[in-house]
Write a protein that binds this ligand. Structure first.
Ligand code: TIU
Length: 244
């Protein structure tokens, strides 16, 4: 019987394991992707969408240098790296009125800002910050919603490449990271969220957002700090030791 779901391969005896919550997460380089969610100026720099909603963007600053180290290590190990960006077409035809008109922001989606029109594709504010900028060959998934699967080619991209496990990073923890992890979990992917490579405007949400992923035996997935991931990645990348 064929299954419509990705089937994560059972870890072999030599598969490195990330020391994670609620238990170890196997790291198989061929079937795992690093996903950077929405590391855009619009969320992490002043004058963008995040700040227009009343948030203190300085809360996210700590994510960038830690994630940069993870990104560079993943590239060196040959891991598939996928970036996402939240945003809308210039005519806003892909932006539901419910999103456009929600709340009382200081500026709405499509309004002019210091980095161009807020949350609009092609504008400087919509693009990824310099430190984490995609290199040639790394897919960039543009998404109109919070989740990376909704109205995008993300699922097809993963399926075509045989990816079954996602290492998830980016912003914000309880919004686009959570939505993506929940979407991925329902679709059969196993997700590891790197706790110091995701960020929230709200310290309390950062903490409980991470706890919610790994609670109940890993109801949505796993969590681990970057250092634990990097240790397993180094082991996965090391040439196998010969016993003869
Ligand atoms: N507002 C907020 O926390 N996040 C978003 O609107 N989008 C993402 O998380 N990318």
């Amino acid at each position: 019987m064929t299954t419509p779901f990705p089937v994560p391969a059972p870890p072999g005896p030599d598969t490195p394991v990330v020391d994670a919550q609620p238990y170890g997460f196997p790291l198989d380089l061929a079937t795992t992707a690093l996903v950077l969610i929405d590391m855009q100026r619009d969320f992490v720099e002043p004058g963008g969408f995040g700040e227009s909603l009343g948030n203190d963007v300085a809360q996210l600053a700590g994510v960038v240098p830690v994630l940069k180290g993870v990104l560079e290590a993943a590239r060196a190990a040959g891991l598939l790296v996928v970036h996402t960006r939240e945003g809308h077409l210039p005519d806003l035809s892909d932006c539901p009125p419910a999103k456009l008109l929600r709340g009382k922001p200081s500026a709405r989606i499509g309004d002019p800002g210091p980095n161009g029109r807020i949350l609009v594709r092609g504008e400087k504010g919509h693009d990824i910050v310099d430190d984490l900028y995609p290199v040639d060959g790394e897919p960039v998934v543009d998404k109109p919603g919070k989740g990376a699967f909704y109205a995008t080619g993300f699922g097809d991209l993963l399926r075509e490449r045989g990816i079954t496990r996602l290492v998830v990073t980016g912003v914000t923890t309880e919004v686009c990271v959570h939505t993506t992890v929940r979407e991925a979990n329902d679709r059969g992917y196993e997700c590891l969220v790197l706790s110091d490579c995701v960020g929230s405007y709200f310290p309390a949400f950062q903490q409980v957002g991470l706890e919610m992923v790994a609670a109940q035996g890993g109801i949505f997935g796993w969590t681990a700090p970057a250092a634990a991931f990097l240790a397993a990645l180094a082991a996965a990348s090391a040439p196998a030791l010969s016993t003869t």
